[in-house]
Design a protein around this ligand. Sequence first.
Ligand code: ZN
Length: 67
Amino acid sequence: MHCGCISLGNVKCDGCRRTIPYPERYLVVEEAGERRHLCVDCGSSQGYVHYLEEKDQRTLTFFPQKS
Ligand SMILES: [Zn+2]
């Protein structure tokens, strides 16, 4: 199960190891019973995150990956 969350500033990305500052969004991914946190960049490069362009705003969406 994957879900997107808003960082409160105390979350570290398990991809690039940087701290995800508030109010950046991040992704929680469960793999093999392990919970990983991914920033938008890492989630995007791993195919979890997509942007939707709508009129004058950009919406961030998280797509669950089927295994
Ligand atoms: Zn990252």
